[in-house]
Design a protein around this ligand. Structure first.
Ligand code: ATP
Ligand code: MG
Ligand code: MG
Length: 351
């Protein structure tokens, strides 16, 4: 048999491990936390930090392929693991997506539209960039941001110094504000043989910087649906990618603008568990294990709702609705802003 190694044991790792089990594959999770969500369902768990060379080496020798559920894996860990088993998706995808500057340069190099952007190493660079781009704008840390963390909105150039100080000297990027009508994302997959399959774009609504709902189909013209899928395919091929990727897009009057890419299964792809024969987690496991991809057609309209913090107390209500699939992540404590689970509600005709 084949063993999949997963770096990171949060909810994404957990749902990957569940999908691997369905395919008869073994799963070995690497995550520092003893009680992480994925460890509860995986065959094996190494609870060690990402800089523990001995633990990483033992993990790398025990698995046949390595994948991951987060993009901020330390380079030294990747260097060590890369000599022991194939890492899928590969190093190039990680390099590109770990740093918002590298990512924007890569995307614009492909001829894709992004927000206007500038590298901000210091306050003088921020002032110069604001003079060019104008306001509103968003200052973001180049690395480690997620769920809207590490971002400051700038409404007026006079706020430059305060905004720069708020990021505590972290290397940053300034983005011009994109005037979008809605946000969508495409979850795409590419196999070892280069085959590509993309799920239907979903429409995303955020609340307090965190994804709140994804609804499929997105209410966009068919032409943009095609643009979104073709654009995702180009990104996957350019990176010689293997696995599932999330591509976040802004819909604007002049077409699609790429916000960011994530080299992994993505929260905005959870609807595929209920809307498709092969969900994003099975698709990712198929791809990294060298299997053929499943088809990505959507058989149902779905709304995915994230259960953040106390939202999880509504679970009885969701359970009472026979058309809602429930996914809980096995996290003991419902802290504010913490993703506790999600529900996928089938949108029945006329509902
Ligand atoms: P994620 O949790 O998706 O990784 P993140 O912390 O990486 O989020 P972004 O996706 O960059 O953050 O931004 C979060 C949200 O802020 C976006 O979904 C969008 O609503 C808004 N936003 C970000 N950049 C811009 C921009 N340049 N113009 C307009 N809105 C933006
Ligand atoms: Mg992000
Ligand atoms: Mg985002």
């Amino acid at each position: 048999g084949s063993t999949i190694g997963i770096l990171g044991g949060g909810q994404l790792g957990r749902m990957l491990a569940l999908a691997a089990a369905r395919l008869g594959l073994k799963c070995h999770v690497y995550d520092p936390a003893a009680d992480c969500p994925a460890a509860q369902v995986a065959d094996r768990h190494t609870a060690a930090p990402y800089d523990d060379a001995a633990a990483l080496e033992a993990f790398g020798r025990a698995v046949d392929v390595i994948t991951y559920e987060f993009e901020n894996i330390p380079t030294a860990a990747l260097d060590l693991l890369g000599g022991l088993a194939p890492i899928r998706p590969g190093r190039r995808a990680l390099e590109v997506s770990q740093d918002r500057m590298t990512e924007k340069d890569f995307l614009s190099g492909l001829g894709l539209a992004t927000a206007p952007y500038a590298d901000i190493p210091d306050l003088a660079a921020l002032e110069a960039a604001l003079a060019r781009t104008g306001t509103p704008a968003i200052l973001k840390t180049r690395r480690f941001g997620y769920d809207g963390k590490g971002q400051v909105r700038i409404k007026d150039a006079s706020e430059a110094a305060a905004a720069f100080a708020a990021l505590k000297g972290a290397p940053a990027i300034l983005e011009g504000f994109v005037d979008f009508s809605c946000e969508i994302s495409v979850i795409g997959a590419r196999a070892t043989d280069g085959a590509v399959a993309c799920f239907d774009p979903g429409e995303n609504v955020h609340r307090d910087g965190i994804l709140h709902t994804t609804t499929v189909p997105a209410k966009i013209p068919p032409r943009l649906r095609t643009d979104a899928v073709l654009l995702a395919g180009r990104i996957l091929s350019a990176l010689d990618y293997v696995g599932v990727m999330g591509v976040e897009l802004f819909v604007t009057a002049s077409g699609l603008v790429v916000n960011e890419i994530a080299p992994r299964v993505h929260n905005s792809g959870h609807w595929t568990q209920t809307g498709c024969a092969i969900c994003q987690f099975e698709q990712h496991v198929r791809a990294v294990a060298g299997w053929p991809l499943g088809r990505a057609e959507r058989h149902s309209d779905v709304e995915m709702l994230n259960l953040i913090g106390d939202d999880v107390e509504r679970i009885a209500e969701f359970a009472a609705d026979g058309a809602t699939a429930i996914h809980l992540y096995g996290k003991a404590e419902a802290r504010p802003g913490r993703k506790m689970g999600h529900v996928n509600r089938i949108l029945l005709p006329g509902s």
